[in-house]
Design a protein around this ligand. Structure first.
Ligand code: ZN
Ligand code: ZN
Ligand code: FE
Length: 762
């Protein structure tokens, strides 16, 4: 080994703050006899290291191979610097650099070490609901500004006690520089309120809350990213009260159980499901139900959304005990589609009519963040909602783009900020047609701009003139004198799928963009779109034929109205024994018919979502819905996966004709074929016509890559059949894995389209 010593500067970007990175560097440097310093800055982590070239090489390699589990290195660079003279290795104060930014870590589920301590009667944090360490605990939800240090978080009001301070300062302790650490002496504590009065604190508060749940009451619980409503998942009386209080008639409730063994009594989680359930993110996982015992939590479905406890408080509230419920409803604490409540006083006011008690605490929630939802398939998983545990991790794209702010869609909104190769897709915001959610949208944008020190150069939005997100983008562009680019909705879907798969952004792909609603370039409502394009441009190669949507968006709540209009427009006589007949008076039928004939209050649509709705009404699955996608979800639940038969379809000049499909369903009904078979055949037909169009475009253009995007791809059955068929014709498939295929991905698509178009113009 040479005696020659040299110094290097290592710069690291990625998820390197709040995940135990500096302690890791400190310990690694000490073990390798490296002198120097490590510093967190708002631009990432900077390390000055001094040793022999061999040891420095070793150090550089091991930083990458041994990094802490929650960290993620996006870029690492080394350069030689003037030799530094120092002995030992030290951690320097954090620094805010002007214009720079670093990545804000997401909230992470309680780690096994903290769990063990929490249930150890000899530990000083025994049953302490706010235990955490460098590997777990709140992050994004408690951050006010960067860099990520205690005074920048909502823990600023809790000075460390001597014991916690010693752990915080000890590089060999797993709480070394863990910003949110706390203990019963110095940290937050629980409080329990009933009828506006404080009736218990700490363990007493917890026991009162558990008693409430046990006796059939509804508890409002302050979770990590917002209030949640909790009750016994077996108590139908409590569930009914919860539904009417939340104005939520049939949308499924998320469930929580102490461990996987309990979940297995109701569902059959696959290996992939189990991995996701206990991943550091702990999302809600949609599982196949094996019995009906809990199905009143998810009416009309054959699945249940389960999660495991992800905070110490969730462990304490689900802890098994004689005659205590084994499964709890754990749904967001809000009314209808409003944002989850985060403020204690507001929660006590707004949830008073539904919650019988409030279990809160004095650690403020600074960023609202919902539970994430994932669905697994035999070969893939589909994100349904991306929030806690995942946001605000950036999506890394294949090329550097200018700084774009993209406003997103109207429903299931997210927005995106692009900085270089990083696309910060916001957590799930919700449906902006709700005023409270729109306010939350504005607040979140403000928070993200500050956290990421973001100043947009370009603004992107949807082409739909009425979207509140579009209007927000228009006024931002106008006020800041920025260029505004409007991106067609399905083009954004295609581009989002391309971008999150790290594909070259100018690579042409075939996009099967299937969703409910998207504003088309011709003013019609698109949604069954087969596009050929990249992030710069697109061609509409094929689409579902235009059919009339009576009363525009109002019909969306009533699939039977869509069916009546579709059949009339297609000149198909209304079938005599149609399940819709009980729902629709002859007068209403006449009104819809004349509406279609006279083109009164009619919008033309090529929506795939509406085709599913019409089919679900015809088959007799559902005539009216209370949440988006309900008819399709219930039809999927009904379909017999073993049925392979397909209905006829025809494609003329890229226009998919659906008359043969409806005629065939009606024929099957006359022959008394079961709903399960008909529903399956319908799915098979959509998959087969998709494959046929892909094959046609492949033969015509030579393009062999297919992207699947749009909310319809949340349908696992359709996804399985289609991907199977497409794999059979040898295409390269691009699927959403980081972002949901629904409109939650649209902001990323808008951002990369606007970014690429601007970049190419320069
Ligand atoms: Zn921990
Ligand atoms: Zn303490
Ligand atoms: Fe969409």
């Amino acid at each position: 080994m040479s005696d020659k010593q040299e110094s290097i500067l290592i710069t690291i970007q990625g998820i390197v703050q709040g995940v135990g990175f500096r302690p890791f560097i400190y310990n690694l440097a000490n073990s390798l006899n490296i002198a120097g310093t490590v510093k967190n800055t708002s631009a990432g982590v900077f390390i000055e290291a001094h040793s022999t070239p061999e040891q420095l090489d070793n150090f550089y390699t091991r930083i990458q191979s041994d990094a802490p589990p929650l960290s993620r290195i996006d870029s690492i660079q080394r350069e030689k610097i003037k030799v530094i003279f120092c002995s030992g290795f030290s951690i320097l104060e954090s620094e805010v650099l002007p214009g720079a930014f670093s990545i804000v870590p997401p909230d992470m589920a309680t780690c096994p070490d903290c769990f063990a301590e929490m249930f150890d009667p000899h530990d000083r944090r025994f049953r302490y609901p706010f235990i955490n360490c460098t590997n777990c605990g709140p992050r994004f939800s408690i951050i006010r500004r960067m860099p990520y240090d205690r005074p920048s978080t909502s823990m600023e009001g809790f000075p460390l006690c001597p014991e916690c301070k010693a752990e915080y300062d000890d590089p060999f302790n797993r709480r070394f520089h863990a910003q949110p650490i706390a203990c019963p002496t110095c940290g937050p504590h629980l409080s329990y309120y009933q009828n506006g009065n404080l009736t218990g604190i700490s363990e007493d508060a917890l026991q009162k809350a558990r008693d409430l749940i046990k006796t059939g009451g509804i508890l409002a619980l302050k979770g990590i990213g917002g209030y949640q409503l909790v009750c016994d998942a077996h108590n139908t009386n409590a569930l009914d009260r919860l539904r009417s209080g939340k104005l939520r008639s049939s949308k499924p409730f998320a469930l929580m159980a102490w461990d996987k063994e309990i979940i297995s009594e109701y569902c059959s989680p696959s290996e992939n499901d189990e991995r996701l359930l206990s991943s550091p993110q702990h999302p809600i996982v949609i599982l196949q139900a094996t019995n009906n015992k809990l199905q009143h939590n998810a009416p009309g479905q054959n699945t249940l959304g389960f999660m495991l406890p992800y905070t110490p408080l969730h462990y304490l509230i689900t802890e098994p005990q004689n005659s205590y419920p084994d499964v709890l409803v754990m749904t967001s604490g809000n009314i209808s589609e409003e944002p989850m409540l985060i403020d204690d006083i507001e929660a006590q006011k707004k949830l008073a009519h539904v919650a019988d008690g409030f279990l809160g605490h004095n650690r403020p929630i600074l960023n609202r963040v919902d539970d994430s939802v994932m669905k697994t398939l035999p070969h893939y998983y589909i994100p349904i909602r991306r929030a806690r545990g995942y946001s605000p991790d950036p999506v890394i794209i294949s090329e550097e783009l200018p700084e774009v702010y993209a406003a997103g869609a109207l429903l299931k909104n997210t927005f995106t900020l692009v900085k270089q190769k990083q696309a910060f897709v916001s957590h799930f915001i919700g449906d902006l047609d709700n005023l409270e959610t729109y306010r939350d949208y504005e607040i979140s944008i403000d928070n993200y701009f500050k956290l990421f020190q973001f100043t947009p150069q370009i603004v992107a939005c949807d082409e739909h003139p009425d979207f509140l997100s579009t209007q927000f983008a228009e006024s931002l562009a106008c006020n800041s004198n920025l260029q505004l680019l409007k991106v067609q909705h399905h083009h954004a879907h295609l581009a989002a799928c391309l971008a999150e798969n790290k594909q070259p952004l100018d690579k042409a792909v075939i996009g099967l963009c299937y969703d409910g609603t998207g504003y088309g370039t011709d003013g019609a409502i698109w949604g069954g779109e087969i596009l050929l394009g990249n992030a710069l441009e697109f061609q509409r190669k094929a689409h579902l034929e235009y059919l009339p949507l009576p009363g525009g968006d109002q019909a969306i709540k009533k699939p039977y109205r869509i069916l009546i209009a579709y059949l009339h427009a297609l000149n198909i006589p209304f079938p005599e024994n149609c399940p819709t007949n009980d729902h629709c008076s002859p007068t209403e039928l006449q009104v819809i018919h004349s509406q279609v004939d006279k083109k009164l209050n009619i919008v033309n649509t090529s929506s795939m979502g509406r085709l599913f709705d019409a089919a679900a009404a015809l088959i007799g699955v559902r005539q009216e819905i209370s949440y988006e996608g309900q008819a399709a979800i219930e039809m999927e639940a009904l379909a017999d996966p073993d049925e392979k038969w397909t209905y006829p379809f025809s494609i003329e000049d890229g226009i998919i004709q659906v008359k043969p499909l409806f005629m065939a369903i009606i024929e099957d009904q006359k022959r008394q074929i079961s709903k399960n078979i008909i529903a399956a055949r319908f799915h098979n037909t959509v998959a087969n016509l998709s494959k046929q169009i892909v094959v046609n475009i492949m033969e015509e253009t030579g393009c062999k890559t297919v992207a699947l995007s749009g909310g319809v791809w949340q349908n696992s059955l359709l996804m399985e059949i289609t991907t199977h068929l497409l794999n059979g014709v040898g295409v390269e498939l691009l699927l959403h894995r980081l972002l949901p295929p629904n409109d939650g991905c649209v902001s990323l698509g808008q951002a990369v389209v606007a970014g690429m178009i601007t970049k190419r113009k320069k």
